[in-house]
Design a protein around this ligand. Structure first.
Ligand code: ZN
Length: 84
């Protein structure tokens, strides 16, 4: 289980949080992409080995949206920040 260090509440278990998905790059202009690229952006979440940035909502705590930098293999959390 992940232990997430909320900047407002301190270290809490992931059971207090709701996963909000990957912290994506800004939404691209669909007119500049092929149909396949657009469908991929909408439906295929990135799933790399290594460091990712993710959004988590402290739903059973302060209610803040956080951005975590987490390693997908070791689950080490290198950074937690409020907002994006
Ligand atoms: Zn919190």
């Amino acid at each position: 289980m992940l232990l997430i260090d909320c900047p407002f509440c301190g270290k809490r278990t992931e059971s207090e949080f709701a996963y909000g998905g990957p912290a994506l790059a800004p939404r691209p202009d669909p007119a500049a992409l092929t149909d396949a690229e657009w469908v991929d952006w909408l439906t295929v979440p990135p799933n790399p080995l290594g460091w990712v940035e993710e959004r988590w909502w402290h739903a059973r705590g302060c209610g803040a949206w956080l951005t975590l930098r987490r390693h997908t293999v070791t689950h080490e959390i290198a950074e937690v920040r409020h907002g994006r």
